[in-house]
Design a protein around this ligand. Structure first.
Ligand code: 6R9
Length: 695
C-alpha cells in the first residue's frame, strides 16, 4: 500500500452497500441525552433589542408571508423572483417536486422554463441601475496595512475579462472549472466568471491536500484550474501552487489531464513570482493573461435548472459528495435570505468571515450579498492575527454593518480579553450572525453583551451545504431571540420533527430534523450519483428530506438544533466524515484498523478522536502518532487532523462485527460511568483495556 490517494479498496470499505438504509443515525436515546444536557444548561434571556426590519413590521407580517410560502410556494417565490432579471419568463407550472422514493425519481424544479444568469444579477443589474460606483469588494490582506477596493463596475470588468479567457480555453456552458484559491478578490471573481458563461464551478478550500484536490478535479472532470501562487495565514506562508502541482501529477498518473492552470500571483503572501513553479504549456499567470482581455463579455443565459456549482462535502459514509445546486432557485433563495436575515440593502457594508471554500462563502459572501448590491468585505487572513483585536479593527476600518461568523471564532475570542473588542469603534454594527454549529449560551452571551453591548440582534442561522441557504433562522427585530435557538423556519421551509419510525411529532418535543417540501435552493443531486442522493437524504424517512441533525422544538415552536446524529463531526464549523478520516488512517502501513468519533472540544466545538489498532508487533509511540496524524493531513487536509490518537488493541466490535461507536464516544468524552449495555460486545474485556491505556 502506498501512501498515495485513498485507494479504491479503502474507499469501498467505508461505502455502504447500495440502498442500505440511509440513516446511520445515533438512536434517539443518545440524541435525547445531548438534548437533555442542552435543556438543563441555564436558559439565558436575550436582551430586548430595538431593531426595525426594513421589510417586516413584526411577527404578523412574518406569519402571513410564511403561511403563503408553504401553501402556495409557486406563487410566493414567483412574486419574489420578479425582483431579479430573467431573460425569459418561467412557465406557469414552474414549481414541482418529489421527495418520496416510492413515487419515483427524487426531483425539485423551480422556475422551470425560465432563463437567467446569476452573475448578471449580481453585477450588471446594479451597474445598469446606476450603482456601478458603489464598492463591491473591500479586500483586507492577512497583514494589516494592505487592502484593495473594487467597485461594482470594476468587478464586472474583471469578471468579463476572466470569462473571455475561460471561453478562449474552450470552456462552455456545463463544463466544470476547479478553483483552488485563498480569499483574494479573484476568488469571488472566478466564481462569477464561471457563472457568467454557464460553467459549473467547483471551489476546493485552499487547505485541502493534493489527494483531495485530485479526487475532486477528477470527479467533476475539470480541464481548467484557477489557482493562486501562495497565501499567508497568520505568520505562516503556504505554497498553494505546489499543492496544485502535486494534485495535477496524481491526476495525470491516473489518466486525467488538466489542460490549463491559471495562476494568480498573490503578492501579499510575501513571495515573488520566481519561486512559483510553472509548467510549460499548462500553467500561465493571471496578470499576463487577463488584463489584455476585453472588459465586456456576452452573458450565457442558462435555464433555471442548469447547474450553477458543485461543492464537495462530507457525509457519514464513503468519499465526499459533490453537492449540486442549480441556478434559478438558488439565486432567488440566496438573495431573499440575505435580504431578510441580514436586512441587507444596496451599499450596506457586510462582512462574512467564512472562506469561499465552504457553502457559507458561496451563498453569503459571493452570491447573496452581491444580489442585494451590498459592499462585501473579503478578508484573506485569520481573525485573530496579529492580535485578537483584528476582527474589530476591520469592523472599525470599513464601518461594517452586518457581521457574520462562526461560534468557534467567538469561543476563541471570548477567552482573550474584552479590551480587544471594546478598544474599537463598533457603532456601525447593526446585526450579528452565527453559523456552522450550535452556539453555546456562554458564547452567545459574550457575542451579545461584549460585541453587541446588549443592543444588537443575533441571527443564529441553521442551514447546510445541501440546503444552499438559511433554513431556520431569526429575522432581526421580527420575533424575540432565545440564546441557542435558531428560532423559526424561513419562508418556504417546512420542517418536520420525526421519531425513529419517521412519524412526525407535533408540538413540543425532540426528534430528527427533516424538511417536508422542496425549497428553492434544495440540493438537486449528488454529482454523478443520483442513487446515493436518494439513499442519503430521502430513503431514511418516507417523503422527507433528512438533514442528519437532531433538534428539539419548544412550546413557542422555536427550534433548538442539537447537532449531527450521524457519523459526521463538526470541527470548528467544518464538516468531517468519520469514515474519511478512518480511511486515511488505514493508509498508514502500520495501522490495521481505525474508528473515529467526535468529542466535546472547548474551542472547536468538536474534536477528532481516533482509535487505532495496529498491525502485529507495532506499538504506538509518539513518533507513530505523529506519522498517523500526518497521514490524515496529507490525505485530507490539516483541518481533519485527529486531536487525540488512542491505541486500541481491539476496536470494540459486536459479535456481528459492528464497531460500537456509542461506547467509543463515551470513552472519548470521559463518560465511562455511562457506557450503557456492553453485553453484545464480542470481547467486553476491550473496554477495560481502552480505559486503562488512555493517551
Ligand atoms: C452552513 C453550514 C451543516 C451542519 C448542519 C449542522 C451544523 C450549521 C448551525 C448548525 C446548529 C446552527 N450547523 N449551522 N448547527 N446551529 N446555526 O455550516 O453548512 O458545512 O454543510 O454544515 O452544520 O449540524 O447539519 P455545512
Amino acid at each position: 500500500r502506498s501512501a498515495g490517494r485513498l485507494s479504491e479498496a479503502a474507499l469501498n470499505r467505508s461505502l455502504p452497500p447500495k440502498k442500505e438504509q440511509a440513516c446511520r443515525c445515533q438512536p434517539l436515546r443518545a440524541v435525547q441525552k445531548t438534548m437533555a444536557a442542552a435543556v438543563e444548561a441555564p436558559v439565558l434571556e436575550a436582551p430586548a433589542v430595538d431593531y426595525k426590519h426594513s421589510l417586516l413590521a413584526g411577527r404578523e407580517d412574518y406569519d402571513k408571508m410564511y403561511k403563503r410560502s408553504i401553501e402556495d410556494p409557486a406563487g410566493f417565490w414567483g412574486d419574489i423572483a420578479k425582483g431579479y432579471h430573467w431573460e425569459q419568463q418561467w412557465e406557469d407550472d414552474h414549481h414541482n417536486h418529489n421527495f418520496d422514493v416510492a413515487a419515483g425519481r427524487i426531483s425539485t424544479e423551480f422556475f422551470k422554463g425560465g432563463r437567467t444568469n446569476i452573475a448578471y444579477n449580481c453585477l450588471d443589474r446594479h451597474v445598469q441601475e446606476g450603482r456601478g460606483d458603489v464598492d463591491c469588494l473591500l479586500w483586507e490582506a492577512n497583514d494589516p496595512g494592505t487592502d484593495r477596493r473594487m467597485t461594482y463596475s470594476e468587478t464586472l470588468a474583471e469578471v468579463c475579462r476572466l470569462a473571455n479567457w475561460l471561453r478562449a480555453q474552450g470552456i462552455k456552458k456545463g463544463d466544470a472549472v476547479a478553483i483552488y484559491m485563498p480569499m483574494l478578490c479573484e476568488l469571488p471573481i472566478a466564481m462569477l466568471a464561471c457563472a457568467r458563461i454557464g460553467a459549473v464551478h467547483s471551489v476546493i478550500f485552499a487547505g485541502f491536500s493534493p489527494e483531495s484536490i485530485a479526487s475532486r478535479i477528477q470527479d467533476c472532470k475539470a480541464r481548467v484550474v484557477l489557482a493562486a501562487s501562495a497565501v499567508k495565514r497568520g505568520k505562516k506562508a503556504i505554497d498553494l501552487k505546489s499543492m496544485v502541482d502535486k494534485a495535477l501529477d496524481v491526476s495525470s498518473k491516473e489518466g486525467f489531464e488538466v489542460k490549463k492552470c491559471l495562476v494568480c500571483h498573490n503578492a501579499s503572501s510575501g513571495s515573488g513570482k520566481e519561486v512559483t513553479h510553472m509548467k510549460d504549456g499548462r500553467d500561465v499567470w493571471w496578470d499576463t493573461e487577463i488584463p489584455s482581455q476585453k472588459p465586456e463579455s456576452e452573458v450565457e443565459w442558462v435555464h433555471s435548472e442548469d447547474p450553477l456549482f458543485l461543492l464537495y462535502t462530507s457525509g457519514s459514509t464513503g468519499k465526499p459528495k459533490g453537492v449540486l445546486h442549480s441556478t434559478g432557485g438558488y439565486m432567488v433563495m440566496a438573495g431573499t435570505t440575505s435580504r431578510y436575515v441580514f436586512d441587507l440593502q444596496p451599499g450596506d457594508v457586510y462582512w462574512c468571515t467564512a472562506d469561499c471554500g465552504w457553502i457559507t462563502g458561496h451563498t453569503y459572501l459571493t452570491y447573496g450579498p452581491l444580489l442585494c448590491g451590498a459592499t462585501n468585505v473579503v478578508f484573506e487572513g485569520t481573525p485573530t492575527y496579529p492580535t485578537p483585536a483584528r476582527s474589530w479593527q476591520v469592523v472599525e476600518k470599513f464601518k461594517v454593518k452586518q457581521y457574520y461568523t462562526a461560534p468557534t471564532l467567538i469561543r476563541s475570542l471570548l477567552g482573550s480579553g474584552n479590551e480587544h473588542v471594546t478598544a474599537h469603534d463598533r457603532s456601525s454594527l447593526k446585526i450579528l450572525g452565527t453559523v456552522g454549529e450550535p452556539i453555546n449560551p456562554e458564547a452567545w452571551k459574550w457575542y451579545s453583551e461584549v460585541v453587541g453591548e446588549g443592543k444588537l440582534p443575533i441571527v443564529d442561522t441553521w442551514w447546510q451545504t445541501e440546503t444552499g441557504a438559511h433554513m431556520i433562522t431569526p429575522l432581526p427585530g421580527v420575533f424575540p431571540a432565545k440564546p441557542g435557538s435558531a428560532t423559526l423556519p424561513f419562508f418556504g421551509v417546512a420542517p418536520a420533527m420525526v421519531n425513529e419510525h419517521g412519524h412526525e411529532i407535533q408540538g413540543p418535543g425532540e426528534g430528527y430534523l427533516c424538511i417536508k417540501q422542496a425549497w428553492p435552493s434544495t440540493i438537486r443531486t449528488i454529482f454523478g450519483d443520483h442513487d446515493r442522493y436518494e439513499t442519503t437524504y430521502f430513503a431514511g424517512f418516507k417523503g422527507l428530506y433528512f438533514s442528519g441533525d437532531g433538534c428539539r422544538r419548544d412550546e413557542d415552536g422555536y427550534y433548538w438544533i442539537t447537532g449531527r446524529v450521524d457519523d459526521v463531526i463538526n470541527v470548528s464549523g467544518h464538516r468531517i466524515g468519520t469514515a474519511e478520516v478512518e480511511s486515511a488512517l488505514t493508509l498508514h502501513p502500520k495501522c490495521a484498523e481505525a474508528a473515529v468519533v467526535g468529542y466535546e472540544h472547548p474551542i472547536k466545538g468538536q474534536g477528532i478522536y481516533a482509535y487505532v489498532s495496529l498491525r502485529e508487533g507495532e506499538a504506538l509511540d509518539d513518533a507513530l502518532k505523529k506519522e498517523l496524524v500526518m497521514t490524515v493531513r496529507g490525505n485530507i487536509g490539516a483541518f481533519a487532523a485527529p486531536d487525540v490518537v488512542h491505541w486500541a488493541p481491539g476496536l470494540l466490535k459486536t459479535r456481528s462485527g459492528k464497531i460500537m461507536r456509542r461506547v467509543l464516544r463515551k470513552i472519548a468524552s470521559k463518560e465511562e460511568s455511562q457506557l450503557g449495555d456492553t453485553s453484545t460486545l464480542a470481547d467486553p474485556g476491550v473496554v477495560d483495556q481502552l480505559l486503562s491505556n488512555r493517551p
